[in-house]
Design a protein around this ligand. Structure first.
Ligand code: C2E
Ligand code: CA
Ligand code: CA
Ligand code: CA
Length: 282
C-alpha cells in the first residue's frame, strides 16, 4: 500500500482493503456487543511475593461474540479508535467495582485483607471530559470501598497532557482510589518525569520479566525499575511471571507483587471467587 499526498489518490492493495473491511465489520459488531450483553470480565490474581498471600485481582475484558471468544488485543484497539471504548470502559468500571464490593464482603467474613481490584483504563477513556463524573457515579452506585480500587493507566496516557493528567490523578486520589502505571518500560517516558505524577504502583511489563533469565542486562533493567519505584515510594508488580526462577529473582530484589500464569491464569468470576475463598480460608 502507498500513501500519496496532494491530489493523488490513495492506492489500496487488495490486502489493505480486506483489512479495512474486516475492521469495519468488527467495529459494527462491537458497537452492538454491549447491548447484547456479550462482554464478560475475567480476573487474574496477584500474589504478594513476600507473604505468598493473594493480594488482589486484575479485571480483564473478554468478548463472547457469536463466533467465539475474542481477546482484547484484537478488539480494544478498534474500540479505542472508534470511541466505543468510552461506553465499554464505563461498563468495565461498573462491573469490576460491583465485583470488588462483593469480594470485600467475602473477605471480611473470612477475616482476610481487602482484595485489590485493578482496572484497566484506556487513554481515550481517561482523557474523556466525563471520566471523573463516571468514576464518582460508579463509586456511589456500587458503594465499593475506593481504597480497594486501583486504576491502571499506560505511560502514553500519562505523559501526554501532563498538567491536566496530574490534576485528574490528584482528584482520583482524593476520592481514595489508587493509581498504577501499566506496561512500565514500554513507553517513552523519562524516568525523572515520573516523580511528578501521583502514582502508587508500577507494573513492570512482561517483556522485562521474560528477559530476566536471558542475560545480565535483562536482569539489571528489571532490578533498576524496582529500585526506581521504591525510591519514589511506589510499590511494584511484575507482570507475566511464568517460572519459579523469575519469582525468586524478583523476590530477592524486593519486588512487592507478582502476576502471571505461575500463580494463576485469568479466570471467570466463579473460579476467581473459589480461588479467593481457598486462599483466604487457608
Ligand atoms: P495488560 O493490561 O498488560 O494485561 C495483562 C495481559 O497479560 C493479559 O492479557 C493477561 O492475560 C496476560 N498475561 C497474564 N499473565 C501472563 C503470563 O504469565 N504470560 C503471558 N504470556 N501472558 C500473561 P489479555 O487479557 O489478553 O489482555 C490484553 C490487553 O488488553 C491488556 O494488557 C490490556 O492492555 C487490554 N485490556 C484488557 N482488559 C481491558 C479493559 O477492561 N479495558 C481496557 N482499556 N483494556 C483492557
Ligand atoms: Ca493492565
Ligand atoms: Ca500490563
Ligand atoms: Ca498491555
Amino acid at each position: 500500500a502507498q500513501r500519496l499526498s496532494g491530489n493523488s489518490a490513495v492506492v489500496f492493495t487488495p490486502h489493505l482493503m480486506a483489512d479495512q473491511q474486516e475492521r469495519l465489520q468488527l467495529e459494527a459488531r462491537l458497537s452492538q456487543a454491549l447491548d447484547r450483553g456479550e462482554f464478560e470480565l475475567f480476573y487474574q490474581a496477584q500474589c504478594d511475593l513476600h507473604t505468598g498471600r493473594l493480594a488482589g485481582f486484575e479485571a480483564l475484558l473478554r468478548w463472547r461474540a457469536a463466533d467465539g471468544l475474542v481477546g482484547p488485543d484484537r478488539f480494544i484497539p478498534v474500540a479505542e479508535d472508534s470511541g466505543l471504548i468510552v461506553p465499554i470502559g464505563r461498563w468495565v468500571l461498573l462491573q469490576a467495582c460491583r465485583q470488588a464490593s462483593a469480594w470485600h464482603e467475602r473477605a471480611r467474613a473470612l477475616g482476610g485483607p481487602l482484595p485489590v481490584m485493578a482496572i484497566n483504563i484506556s487513554p481515550r477513556q481517561f482523557q474523556h471530559p466525563d471520566f471523573m463524573t463516571t468514576v464518582r457515579e460508579v463509586l456511589k452506585a456500587t458503594s465499593v470501598d475506593p481504597r480497594q480500587i486501583e486504576l491502571e493507566i499506560t505511560e502514553g496516557a500519562v505523559m501526554d497532557h501532563a498538567d491536566a493528567t496530574i490534576a485528574k490523578m490528584a482528584e482520583l486520589r482524593e476520592l481514595g482510589l489508587h493509581l498504577a502505571i501499566d506496561d512500565f518500560g514500554t513507553g517513552y517516558s523519562s524516568l525523572a518525569y515520573l516523580k511528578r505524577f501521583p502514582i502508587d504502583r508500577l507494573k513492570i511489563d512482561r517483556s522485562f520479566v521474560r528477559d530476566l533469565g536471558v542475560d545480565a542486562q535483562g536482569a539489571a533493567i528489571a532490578r533498576a525499575m524496582i529500585q526506581l519505584a521504591h525510591s519514589l515510594d511506589m510499590t511494584v508488580v511484575a507482570e507475566g511471571v511464568e517460572e519459579e526462577a523469575q519469582a525468586d529473582c524478583l523476590r530477592t530484589w524486593g519486588c512487592d507483587l507478582m502476576q502471571g500464569y505461575l500463580y494463576a491464569r485469568p479466570l471467570p468470576v466463579g473460579e476467581a471467587t473459589a480461588l479467593l475463598d481457598a486462599k483466604l480460608g487457608a
